[in-house]
Ligand binder design. Structure first.
Ligand SMILES: Cc1cc2nc3c(=O)[nH]c(=O)nc-3n(C[C@H](O)[C@H](O)[C@H](O)COP(=O)(O)O)c2cc1C
Length: 405
């Protein structure tokens, strides 16, 4: 299951050279369980065939206002009613002008005019066309109608020019589509999230670390953005892409993470500590690589700063402290350990998970967590994708935020 499962998306394709790119978007959306219906303008059909889009979407493609097999059903009105979101991608300058002026001279523009639901417009065109005051004014006008506009990317265009105008990539589009469907529970909140492992070097070639991949923390960052929050992510080294719209501060060691968290704390209204911070670090870091040859080597360790504990202590002293969420990744006595940590570290909420299982451990795409809040309320969340688990965590956070007010 995904937030997109069974959602009905009407995809309007217009006459842009980028039309071929949305064929992949349709495949990706269908993989997430979306139901896609495609409408193409006459110009779009010059760039990509309706046959391709019909095969990929699994549905007939609509191309003309008067071309329908069953005109008595008034296709433009039916299509306008029968979807949860209208995505226009790529949106040509011509179609954007039509939308801005309320023209209804083709099927797609008429559907847009007859739709009362959310509309997401993804412009793609030559950068001079995009920057022209007429196009910019039209974009401002459609924004004023409440349409979402996904800024195009900058880069080299098919025409050889460089600048803004390339169709945004799928990750940005997916984030915007998910945002259209997510509850805006975190609107106005500034969420500070830590994620990933830390590395504690003991010579220039080696470090102590753990297998955290950062997937849970990055899923929290992406979904907080979808629910309307401003998001700052403080991340240890991971192989993950920063979610669209998220400000990311990269750190390596626990000490760097501590400094970054404390520097960002003032702006935050919610802090989630999802990082797997090394509890210990080598007492000394050798300036040169330790040579092999000795049969045994011992490595004295000293305790790292306990960032969560420090935050909990600050929370005790400050009534306006951000809502504080910790994670307890345990291999045994999960609930007992989680409850102890919640109390000891003075948290609002703890997310307890079993790092032993293959479906819930480090690197897994799924998680099964128990949420335990400051009032003793416990919720067992079933096995879900990390993205869905993150949404469930935000639902509980939103409830606790509402209790605080
Ligand atoms: C090769 C070629 C590429 C084009 N690429 C774009 C484009 O990327 N964006 C755009 O706004 N118009 C582009 N156009 C112009 C549109 O196809 C044209 O304005 C058309 O009328 C758009 O109609 P529609 O909005 O009904 O699809 C291109 C035209 C040609 C011939």
């Amino acid at each position: 299951m995904s937030l997109l499962t069974d959602k009905k998306i009407l995809l309007g394709i217009t006459g842009s050279i980028a039309a071929y790119k949305v064929a992949d978007w349709v495949r990706a959306l269908r993989r997430e369980g979306c139901r896609i219906t495609v409408v193409m303008t006459e110009a779009a059909c010059r760039f990509i065939s309706p046959l391709t889009m019909a095969a990929l979407s699994g549905n007939p493609v609509h191309t003309g206002m008067f071309a329908a097999e069953a005109p008595e059903t008034i296709p433009h009105i039916n299509l306008a009613r029968e979807h949860d979101l209208l995505v226009i991608a790529p949106a040509s300058a011509q179609t954007i002008a039509r939308l801005a002026h309320g023209l209804a001279d083709n099927l797609l523009a008429t559907i847009a005019l007859a739709s009362s639901g959310p509309v997401l417009v993804c412009p793609a065109m030559n950068s001079v066309m995009f920057q022209h005051p007429a196009t910019q004014a039209n974009l401002a006008t459609i924004r004023s109608y409440g349409y979402g506009v996904l800024e195009p990317d900058c880069g080299e265009m098919a025409c050889g020019e460089e600048g803004p105008g390339r169709l945004t990539d799928w990750e940005n589009a997916r984030q915007a589509i998910l945002t259209a469907f997510a509850p805006q529970n975190l609107a106005g909140e500034h969420v500070l999230i830590t994620a990933g492992p830390t590395r504690e070097p003991f010579d220039p070639a080696r470090f102590l670390s753990n297998p955290s991949t950062g997937k849970m923390g990055y899923a929290l960052a992406a979904t907080a953005g979808q629910q309307g929050a401003t998001v700052t992510l403080i991340s240890g080294p991971t192989a993950l892409a920063v979610p669209p719209g998220v400000r990311c501060i990269q750190v390596t060691s626990a000490a760097e993470m501590q400094a970054a968290v404390m520097a960002c704390l003032d702006a935050a209204t919610i802090v989630v500590k999802a990082a797997a911070v090394s509890d210990y670090r080598p007492a000394e870091t050798q300036p040169h690589k330790i040579k092999k040859g000795q049969a045994a080597l011992s490595l004295p360790l000293i305790a790292n700063p306990d960032i969560l504990k420090e935050l909990g202590e600050r929370r005790r002293k400050s009534p306006n402290f951000p809502l504080l969420v910790g994670f307890a990744a345990e291999s045994r006595d999960h609930l007992k350990e989680g409850a102890r940590k919640l109390k000891e570290k003075n948290l609002d909420l703890i997310v307890i998970n079993d790092i032993g299982g293959t479906e819930t451990g480090f690197g897994a795409d799924t998680n099964r967590v128990t949420l335990l809040d400051r009032n003793g309320t416990q919720e067992d969340v079933p096995l879900l994708s990390k993205e869905e688990t993150a949404h469930r965590i935000w639902d509980t956070v939103a409830r606790l935020m509402a209790d605080n007010r």
